[in-house]
Write a protein that binds this ligand. Structure first.
Ligand code: UD1
Ligand code: CA
Length: 453
C-alpha cells in the first residue's frame, strides 16, 4: 500500500515568542519538523508533503536536503483547509497519514499500528483518554463506534464530559480525502474548516472509523510554548537514557543526560552526570565519561577514562586513554592507545602515537606526534604565522621540556630532547638535546628595594 505523509506546519507559533518558526525549534538538537520527517522516512512513505505558511522560506531552506513536497497555505483557515491545499498533488490511490510539524515524537510503531488498523476501514485515527480534556476535540461514540469529533468550543456540556480526545493524527484513504475535503464547511463557532468533520462524513458513508491509542501520551503531545517544548525534551531524553540502559549503559543519573543525535555503546559504559552527546558518537566497552563532558561526533575506544569537563569535537580516541579533566579535543584529533591528555590541554588536527603524554596546559595543533613522547607542561606548537598553518612533527620517544614553543614547520627527531623554556625554530635531529635560553644572571647578597616614605 502506498503511503503519503502529510505534515501540517502552517501555524504561526505565536506562543513560543521566538523569531524562529515553531517547527524549526530544536528538540534534542533537531528541529521539531525534522523529527516528524525522520519518522515519515522510517515509515518508507512514498511521498512527504508539508503544508507551510508562516516564514515558509526559512522552513524550506532548513530542509533543502530532504525529499519533501511543499504546499503553501496562504491563510490559516483551519486544519481541513490546510489539507485541502494538498489535493492537487495527492495521488488518487493509497493512504495518507496526517501528522503535525509541532507533534514531534509520534513513533513509527504507533503509526504502523494505525495504518494496520485502518487497512480494512478507510479511515483511522489516534485518540487518547485524558484526565483534563479541555480544549481538545472530543470523540463521540455510539455503541462503541465513533460517530463524530466535536471541537471543545462547539461541544455541549454533556459532550465536554467526554475524556477521549482527538490527537489530530489520522490515516485516511486518498480516494476519500478527494471525496470529502471539498465538502467541508466552516459553519461552526470558530468559522474554520475542520478536518475533524471528515469523521462524520465517514459515518454517513457507512464506514467505521478505526481508532488506536498510543503507548505513551507524549507521542501525541504538541508543542505550543516553551514550557511544553521543555517537557517533551525531557520525555525524549528519558526515553533515550532508558534505551541506553537497556543496552547496558550505567548512568549516575539518567535524568541528567542529554543525547542530541545517536550513540553506539559497548558493554559496561559508565556515564556520570550532565554529560551531553551530540551528532554521531561511539563509546567502547568499559569507557567512563566524567561529569559535565561533551562529546560531538566522537569515537572513544574501550577502557578509556574521560575525566570531568572534557570537550570533544570530531575526535577519535584510542583504547585505554586517560583524558582530562578539562581537556579539549578539537576536530582531527586522533589518539592511539594508552595516550594521556591532561588538564587544559587543547588538541587540534593532531595525531598522537601510543603511550604519549601531554599532561598539563598545552596546545597541540597541526602536529604529528609519535609514540612514547612526553610533552611537557605549557608546550605550544606555534602552528600559525598569521596567514598559514604549519606542521610540527615529533618523532617517537621525543621529550619536550616544559614551556617550550615549537615554531612550525619544525621536525623533532626520535629520542630528541628539548630543554625547558626553549623556542625551537630549527629541526632537531634524533638523539639530540636542543635548548634555547639565555644565561641565568645572578647578583649575590642582593638587597630588595625598601619602601620610600
Ligand atoms: C485540532 C483538532 C482537535 C484536536 C487538536 C489536537 C481540528 C478542527 N481540531 O485542534 O480536534 O483535539 O487539534 O491538538 O482539527 N494548522 C495549519 N493550518 C491551519 C490550522 C492549523 O497548518 O489552518 C496546523 C497548526 O500549525 C497545528 C495543527 O494544524 O500544527 C493543529 O492546529 P490547531 O489550531 O492547534 O488545532 P486545534 O484547534 O488545537
Ligand atoms: Ca493545538
Amino acid at each position: 500500500m502506498s503511503t503519503t505523509v502529510i505534515i501540517l506546519a502552517a501555524g504561526k507559533g505565536t506562543r513560543m515568542r521566538s523569531s524562529l518558526p515553531k517547527v524549526l525549534q530544536p528538540l534534542a538538537g533537531q528541529p521539531l519538523l525534522g523529527h516528524v520527517v525522520q519518522t515519515a522516512k522510517a515509515l518508507q512513505a512514498h511521498q512527504i508533503i508539508t503544508i507551510y505558511g508562516h516564514e515558509g522560506q526559512r522552513v524550506k531552506d532548513a530542509f533543502q536536503q530532504e525529499d519533501i513536497q511543499w504546499v503553501e497555505q496562504k491563510e490559516q483557515l483551519g486544519t481541513g483547509h490546510a489539507v485541502q491545499m494538498v489535493l492537487p498533488v495527492l495521488p488518487q490511490d493509497g493512504y495518507s497519514l496526517i501528522l503535525y510539524g509541532d507533534v514531534p515524537l509520534v513513533s513509527k510503531k504507533t503509526l504502523d499500528q494505525l495504518v494496520r488498523a485502518t487497512a480494512t476501514s478507510g479511515i483511522g485515527m489516534i485518540t487518547l483518554n485524558v484526565a483534563d480534556p479541555t480544549g481538545y476535540g472530543r470523540i463521540v461514540r455510539k455503541n462503541g463506534a465513533i460517530q463524530a469529533i466535536v471541537e471543545h468550543k462547539d461541544a455541549s456540556d454533556e459532550e465536554r464530559q467526554i475524556q477521549e480526545i482527538n490527537t489530530g493524527i489520522y490515516c485516511v484513504s486518498n480516494a476519500k480525502l478527494h471525496e470529502w475535503l471539498p465538502k467541508l464547511s466552516n459553519h461552526n463557532v470558530q468559522g474554520e474548516y475542520y478536518l475533524t468533520d471528515i469523521v462524520a462524513m465517514a459515518v454517513q458513508d457507512g464506514l467505521s472509523t478505526a481508532s488506536i491509542q498510543p503507548e505513551q501520551a507524549f507521542e501525541v503531545e504538541g508543542v505550543n510554548d516553551r514550557i511544553q517544548l521543555a517537557a517533551l525534551e525531557r520525555e525524549y531524553q528519558r526515553q533515550q537514557a532508558k534505551q541506553l540502559m537497556q543496552q547496558g549503559v550505567a548512568f549516575a543519573d539518567p535524568e541528567r543526560f542529554d543525547l542530541r543525535g545517536s550513540l553506539k555503546v559497548g558493554q559496561d559504559v559508565f556515564i556520570d552526570i550532565n554529560v551531553i552527546i551530540e551528532g554521531e558518537c561511539e563509546i567502547g566497552d568499559h569507557v567512563v565519561i566524567g561529569a559535565g563532558s561533551i562529546l560531538k561526533n566522537t569515537c572513544i575506544a574501550a577502557h578509556t577514562q574521560v575525566q570531568p569537563y572534557s570537550v570533544f569535537d570530531h575526535a577519535q580516541v584510542g583504547k585505554n586513554n586517560r583524558i582530562g579533566p578539562f581537556a579539549r579535543l578539537r576536530p582531527g584529533s586522533v589518539l592511539a592507545a594508552d595516550v594521556h591528555i591532561g588538564n587544559f590541554v587543547e588538541v587540534k588536527n593532531t595525531q598522537i602515537g601510543e603511550a604519549s603524554k601531554a599532561n598539563h596546559f598545552t596546545y597541540l595543533g597541526d602536529a604529528d606526534i609519535g609514540k612514547g613522547c612526553n610533552i611537557g607542561a605549557g608546550t605550544i606548537t606555534c602552528n600559525y604565522d598569521g596567514v598559514n598553518k604549519h606542521k610540527t612533527t615529533i618523532e617517537h620517544y621525543a621529550f619536550i621540556g616544559s614551556n617550550s614553543s615549537l615554531v612550525a614547520p619544525v621536525h623533532i627527531g626520535t629520542y630528541a630532547t628539548i630543554g625547558a623554556g626553549s623556542v625551537i625554530t630549527r629541526d632537531v635531529k634524533a638523539h639530540t638535546l636542543a635548548f634555547e635560553r639565555s644565561q641565568q644572571t645572578e647578583k649575590t647578597n642582593y638587597q630588595r628595594p625598601q619602601k620610600t616614605q
